[in-house]
Structures are given as C-alpha cells and as structure tokens.
Design a protein around this ligand. Structure first.
Ligand SMILES: Nc1ncnc2c1ncn2[C@@H]1O[C@H](COP(=O)(O)OP(=O)(O)OP(=O)(O)O)[C@@H](O)[C@H]1O
Ligand SMILES: [Mg+2]
Length: 260
C-alpha cells in the first residue's frame, strides 16, 4: 500500500512551499511541497543541478552556512518547524544526519571515528561507547570486516568500507532521519550492493532520504521517489509509478533516458 495513503500516520518530514535562492539569484528550489513518512526510503532524483543536494542541505540547515541565500516556506520534522527561533541547530543536525558522497574519515582509528561525536556529546562511559560502536558498525554492515581491527587507522579502509564507516558514524549518534547524497558514488558494484542492502535494513529503524547514483539505483531501492528538474518537483510517487508508469511526460523521458 502506498504509505501516503495512510492518513493516521503523521509524516516524519513535511515540506511546504519551500523556495531557496542562492546569493547570485539562482533559484535552486521552487515552491517544493513534499511529505515523507517514517521508515520510508525516499529517493530524490533528477539531472545535475536540479536542486537535489540543496534540498537535502535545507533539511538539516546546512544551507544556513551560505551567506546571502534566501529561503522561504516551511519544513517540519516530527511536526516541529525546523526554522523556529528556539531550534538547537546542533541537535537538529544530530537528529537529521547527513552522509556525504565522498567519505571523509577523521584521522585516528575506526573506534575513534565512531566515538568522536559521542564524546563531543558528553558520553564518556566506556561500556556505553563500546556498545554504540558495535551496534552502529553492525547496522552499517561493516562489523564483520573490521571487528578485529577497531584500533587501526580508518584511512586504511577501502572506499566502500569508508562509506559504511561514515554511515556508522552518523548512526552512532542515533539520528531519526538520514540524508544520503549519492553514497555509492565511486564504489565498485559489490560495495554498492552492500550499501544498498544495509539501507534496506536501516529503514526499519530510520527514515532515509537519498539522492541516488543513477535512475537504476533509484528503481532498485526506493519506496517512493520524487523527480526534480530545474529546482521544481515534477512528480512524486511510489517506485511502481515513478519507474514503470510515470504520469508526467518529463519524468518518463528522464526515466527512459531521453535526456540526462
Ligand atoms: N554554493 C552554491 N552557490 C551558488 N549556487 C549554487 C551553490 N550550490 C548549488 N548551486 C546552484 O543551485 C542549483 C542546484 O544545485 P544542486 O547542487 O542542488 O543540484 P543537484 O541536483 O544536487 O546536482 P548534482 O546532481 O550535479 O549534484 C544549480 O543551479 C547550482 O549551480
Ligand atoms: Mg548534488
């Protein structure tokens, strides 16, 4: 059943009339309206410069860092307006956590990478730290590969392992929403499959909003998807609708590869 048709479950993320303009007057998002349900794996896809990364960055207010940009409209997470003056932005970014395309481990061991954020949050208890490390590595499907070398450098991991490490680093902070911007770019097919599999498990606990590597990847893993073009949201629907039976001609043209 289409999750959007379950009226009694309040959406995890609600976006309404969201417009975002860069200082050079480039309108990157135009009146976006979108609701994302809890435990959905929601995919934002579309050609380059369609506004996908900008939308992800607005959702945890990383976009605040761009001076002179203008934003209008509403974003609610758990019903709470994320732009309200009393919102603690650091706490918002822990709850709505971003994993970037290019994995960036911190200097230090695998264990250090996973406990850094927790220590910053004031958690010092060794047993708690170890439990969080183990659990987040298992959730990110990396535990078996690194359990015997937690205290060796994170830089020695392969690209796919670094990507899962960065995912585990977010998970250690127990977010609610995970934002993934092309998390399998640069990964080989086997690592890509491993990351995709771990996402399918993770959505049982988290809400995932992801920009995919390709239309094919979107069609493999999305519960629902939104097609973006030139900063506009063209169509939103189930995987079946978007990739087999799109209602909008532009969605169809893009999905079948008539433009890219
Ligand atoms: N920091 C910035 N300053 C000015 N304009 C920007 C900035 N970042 C993005 N833009 C512009 O905003 C628009 C949307 O870009 P965005 O990066 O969100 O697209 P995207 O869909 O993520 O593209 P890609 O698939 O290439 O990653 C583009 O026109 C882009 O040039
Ligand atoms: Mg992008």
């Amino acid at each position: 059943m289409n999750k959007q048709s379950q009226p009694n479950i309040p959406p995890k993320v609600e976006i309404d009339k969201l417009t975002f303009t860069f200082p050079d007057q480039i309108v990157a998002l135009k009146e976006i309206a979108l609701s994302i349900q809890p435990n959905e794996l929601f995919v934002l896809f579309g050609p380059s410069r369609s506004g996908k990364s900008t939308l992800l960055r607005v959702l945890n207010r990383l976009s605040d860092l761009i001076e002179g940009a203008q934003r209008n409209g509403v974003v609610r997470i758990n019903g709470q307006d994320i732009f309200a003056p009393n919102v603690d932005v650091t706490e918002l970014r822990r709850r709505v956590s971003m994993v970037f395309a290019i994995p960036t481990p911190l200097p230090g061991s695998i264990f250090d990478n996973l406990t850094y954020g927790l220590r910053m949050a004031g958690i010092r208890n060794a047993q708690v730290l170890e439990e969080r490390v183990t659990r987040s590595l298992k959730q990110a499907a990396l535990w078996n590969e690194v359990k015997d070398r937690l205290h060796t450098s994170a830089f020695a991991l392969s690209g796919g392992q670094k990507q899962r490490l960065c995912l585990a680093r977010s998970l250690a902070l127990e977010p609610e929403v995970i934002l993934l911007d092309n998390p399998t770019s640069g990964l080989d097919p086997i690592s890509t499959a491993t990351v995709e599999e771990s996402l399918l498990t993770l959505k049982q606990r988290y809400t995932i909003i992801m920009v995919p590597h390709s239309v094919q990847q979107a069609a493999r893993i999305a519960d629902r998807a939104a097609f973006m073009l030139g900063g506009e949201l063209i169509e939103v629907g189930s995987r079946q609708q978007m990739f087999i039976n799109p209602t909008n001609k532009r969605t169809e043209d893009y999905v079948v590869g008539r433009f890219g």
